[in-house]
Design a protein around this ligand. Sequence first.
Ligand SMILES: O=C(O)CCC(=O)C(=O)O
Length: 254
Amino acid sequence: MESGLDGAAFARDGFGIIRNAVPAPLVLALRDAVQRVQDTVRELPAELRDRLTFERDLPASRRNGIAAPEVGDAIFILGDPVTFDALFWEVLRQPAIISAAHIALGVQDLAAHFMNVTIKHPRFGRAIGWHRDYPNGYACPASSCFVRAMLCLDGMSDAGGVTTFIPGSHRLDDDEVSRHSPPKGWQPPEDETVTVCCEPGDLVLIHPKVLHGGGMNTSPSPRRNIVVQIGNAAAPLRSVPDQEAVVGYRLNTL
Ligand SMILES: O=C(O)CCC(=O)C(=O)O
């Protein structure tokens, strides 16, 4: 296991990487659990299928025009993964994740807001446009007192739709964010961006106001990341999502 989040670099850049953050056997088991969902989509009961966002239901423009009939049952977002498999609760008990969130937020009392698995399918897994996570309409407190932790199950490469950041772009007040939102389809100059290529088991911490996005997965390998939003437990969410078993779970075991 490597050392934890570099708090000064996170404060400067708005993102941080912790290499080899969780034990390899857990990464493998989580990957298998995701694969089981992918392999059994058609047999899932309706209440579980409701938690899946399929590539075919999303605009083809973010996958180079590849049409819906060609993407089959490919999943883009596997929402509320703990309801599919209790193993996903282990993510919220990982010391590296809890400690990184403590450092990033500077508070002891932490609560989970949501968890998903973001899947960029081999060859056509969609690009994610440039955005900030604060504010968001899904699970958001009144201020930007949260962080996203992204655990890489397969790793991320340039051809595989790696997450890309603009370092320092989080340094603005909450009430300035809406005036500085990038318009749809905006692309920054390449020399302002940084990619975070990762190995399986690496963890990426994302400041809620840092600009980030990522290209399509044109590689032959899947790119699956578990994304968890964690906030200051003292700051209530403006609205609580209904299909999130982890919402309110306290991460205070350190
Ligand atoms: O999957 C990624 O590359 C980043 C996920 C993301 O943008 C988010 O959770 O806000």
